[in-house]
Design a protein around this ligand. Structure first.
Ligand code: PLP
Length: 406
């Protein structure tokens, strides 16, 4: 049973007030709140376990090395990766994509090669590829979208050529909420080319459990903080055959077998790609966050979130002047909208006075807004811990804000 009172009790921040009103947190696309279980794991690390990993023979170091490697195994199991060394700890989605752009680019991209992304990508899945293409004189192509905010997959085969080396696309759009048909997209690519495939799972992992072997992607990336875990930690899943070929991303301690003054022999995976002391409590906290959502169950999460999405969408469309961007049938609890020509910042600022956190602006998807010919939107992104009562309060505050601004 999904017990919303119990669940909300597990998120301490949800009891605070903002501007004298109970906090209503509808900015989960930016980052999710943390359950006590995750906060406790981090506190416990600093209270009882703090030590550096992989380097000590003393008890604390051995204990924390085991805990950190257990965290890696929890993430491996969650993603259904074949090996735990296919799980690389990074700083987050952006860092994971930069790692692939750097390492893959170094060994596999030459002048005239092609990389395909989509028109709905977050800047983090655009800019690293632009820089790589500039450096290597490669070509960047885009899968376009339709008015509903869905990828035009009929265009994909036309974009793929013998020069296509990599296709990178988001699992769920952070701005439109569209859930892309990842398996179908990968099937099309695999049938037509040997291109490597990177899936940006930043917005997907809070809503569903990806199976990287079933998807058959080469890389899957996400951030801990969007999955109810800590900031500053993220994951790069990569197929062993790719990661083994990668040169080190950064160099220094922690990634070596032996160093002489002339030469370095590098460690095996995963350490080869994890230079320096990592975000130890981040990895442990992320595994705890995965345990937390797994315990609730993604079926329950999806059921609750679907109910919230339906309700919010229906009620919003009942307000005069509201336009929702992203109307795919297959979407998650991300609702981007504008009200007439009122500026999103004005609405966002007024909603804050009511204790409501939404995001206003371009949401790091400026090329997407070029398509819709608007500079940005208000984005309400909900989690399973939000409620229908919160939506009602939000709609009331929104109506009052609109009246004030019109
Ligand atoms: N990709 C998508 C789809 C996102 O939504 C985000 C963040 O909003 C990112 C990448 C970048 O994530 P991070 O800032 O955690 O690296």
């Amino acid at each position: 049973m999904f017990d919303i009172t119990k669940i909300r009790d597990e998120f301490p921040i949800l009891t605070r007030t903002v501007n004298g009103k109970p906090l209503i947190y509808f900015d989960n696309g930016a980052t999710t709140q943390k359950p006590k279980q995750v906060i406790d794991a981090i506190t416990n690390y600093y209270t009882n376990q703090n030590s550096n990993i992989h380097r000590g023979v003393h008890t604390l170091s051995r204990e924390i090395t085991i805990a950190y490697e257990e965290a890696r195994k929890t993430i491996q199991k969650h993603l259904h990766a074949k090996f735990s060394h296919e799980i690389i700890f990074t700083k987050g989605t952006t860092d994971s994509i930069n790692l692939v752009a750097h390492c893959f680019g170094k060994i596999n991209i030459e002048s005239g090669d092609e990389i395909i992304i989509t028109q709905m990508e977050h800047h983090s899945n655009i800019v690293p590829w632009q820089l790589l293409c500039e450096e290597k004189k490669a070509i960047l192509k885009f899968i376009p979208i339709n008015q509903e905010g869905e990828l035009l997959l009929d265009e994909l085969p036309k974009l793929i050529t013998s020069k296509t080396k990599l296709v990178a696309f988001t699992h769920i759009s952070n701005t439109l909420g569209t859930i892309n048909p990842v398996k179908e997209i990968i099937h099309i690519i695999r049938n037509l080319s040997h291109a490597a495939i990177l899936v940006d799972g930043a917005q997907a992992v809070p809503h569903l459990q990806p199976d990287v072997q079933d998807l058959d992607c080469d890389f899957y990336v996400f951030s801990g903080h969007k999955l109810y875990g800590p900031t500053g930690v993220g994951i790069l899943y990569g197929k062993e055959e790719w990661l083994n070929k990668f040169p080190p991303y950064q160099s220094g301690g922690g990634i070596i077998k032996t160093v002489t003054l002339q030469k370095t022999e590098f460690a095996d995976l995963p350490l080869k790609l994890e230079a320096g002391t990592p975000h130890i409590e981040g990895g442990i906290g992320l595994a705890e966050a995965i345990n937390y959502v797994t315990n609730i169950g993604f079926e329950q999460i999806q059921k609750k979130e679907h109910e919230l999405l339906q309700y919010l969408t229906k009620k919003l469309l009942g307000i005069d002047g509201v336009t929702i961007y992203g109307t795919s049938k297959n979407k998650t609890t991300v609702v981007s909208f504008n009200v007439g020509d009122i500026h999103p910042f004005d609405i966002g600022t007024l909603l804050d006075k009511y204790g409501i956190a939404v995001r206003s602006g371009h949401h790091c998807t400026q090329p997407l807004w070029e398509f819709y010919h608007v500079p940005g939107t208000i984005r309400a992104s909900l989690s399973f811990y939000n409620t229908i009562e919160e939506i009602d309060y939000f709609l009331d505050a929104l109506n009052k804000s609109i009246r004030l601004l019109s």
